[in-house]
Design a protein around this ligand. Structure first.
Ligand code: AVI
Length: 320
């Protein structure tokens, strides 16, 4: 059953805020653009395509881990739980978990995109008639209020799949995890997917695929600036670059200017030297122990970790 309470979505980022963020990033040295702006409708479609690419191992590996270990995860979570999925999107990986958590159970998908959220909530409610589904339209990286469940809840468990935590630098990642610890409270849990450190070749191929889907995803940010902010980026004058920065244990995505040029955005001018780059995304990779330290610094205690046979990806359970 999906809650009938009226759902209010916070207003999406305004054009002014988008423009402010873009100009501040392009005036910085080195130039940067926030990766949260990747995900307009086209960007979300391209991201879905990325998840299917042979080079992009994280999605299928995480799904395989969930398929193999959901029963053990469900046992750890236990009955009378509220599962709060952060950035639930289409609730793709949720089924395996919900099938395996003992009842009674309440599921709270949290996403900024109201349309996506309600469709996914309906699908989950149709499939699991005995689960109370309470969608919340919110930006999970900011504070938001949890709904009241009909049945008494023994614990709250946040589910944060997809290695989205890797897109945050260490300090904001710690802050986000500390916010999750506060949300679930004492006795609560966190089931989280994160990407593991590995060889440079595998990592760079995952972010620079042969079919150039990731390149299109990266350049979509410039197309979006053109469309929504009246920019005049010539997309063919920028090259997609993905590089593993080993000292920071992160893959960086860049858009590199092929020539010296000046770009105009809403009356402002942004000069580029030939070869100058805009950094558009960071994707941090962890070792089991480095992630455990991060989680501990945010108030969590590591309970169990599941990985795949090639140790490409990990899903961990932590409690407050
Ligand atoms: C959403 N996030 C976890 C993806 C990642 O792997 O960092 C975004 C992505 N960027 C390029 N490919 C996928």
């Amino acid at each position: 059953m999906v809650s009938q309470a009226p759902m209010q979505c916070p207003s999406l980022t305004s054009r002014e805020q988008f423009l402010r963020d873009v100009l501040a990033g392009l005036r910085a040295s080195p130039k940067v653009l926030p990766s949260k702006y990747f995900y307009d409708q086209r960007g979300s479609q391209l991201f879905d395509q990325i998840c299917e690419l042979p080079e992009y191992y994280p999605t299928r590996t995480e799904v395989a881990i969930m398929q193999s270990h959901a029963s053990a995860m469900g046992d750890l979570i236990g009955p009378n739980s509220m599962i709060i999925e952060l950035g639930s999107g289409s609730s793709m990986k949720t089924g395996w978990l919900l099938e395996n958590v003992p009842r009674p159970l309440c599921y709270v998908p949290v996403d900024i995109s109201g349309e996506h959220l309600l469709e996914a909530a309906d699908r989950i409610a149709d499939r699991f008639a005995d689960i109370e589904v309470l969608p919340v339209c919110a930006d999970f990286s900011a504070e938001f209020e949890l709904p009241e469940a009909d049945t008494a809840i023994d614990r709250r468990v946040a589910y944060f799949p997809g290695s989205t935590i890797g897109n945050f630098r260490p300090a904001p990642a710690r802050q986000l995890l500390a916010g999750i610890a506060k949300l679930v409270g004492p006795g609560g849990g966190l089931l989280i997917g994160f990407d593991l450190e590995k060889d440079r070749q595998t990592l760079e191929a995952a972010y620079d695929d042969a079919d150039q889907v990731t390149a299109a995803f990266n350049k979509n940010l410039l197309r979006r600036i053109n469309q929504e902010l009246g920019g005049d980026f010539a997309l063919e004058q920028f090259r997609h670059r993905a590089v593993y920065n080993e000292s920071h244990r992160r893959v960086e995505m860049h858009l590199v200017s092929r020539v010296q040029q000046v770009v105009r955005i809403d009356g402002a001018t942004v000069p580029f030297a030939a070869g100058e780059s805009i950094r558009t995304e960071l994707s941090h990779k962890y070792r089991p122990d480095s992630f455990a330290r991060l989680a501990q610094s945010a108030g969590f205690t590591p309970v169990q970790l599941w990985t795949d046979p090639k140790q490409l990806f990990a899903v961990g359970y932590y409690t407050v």
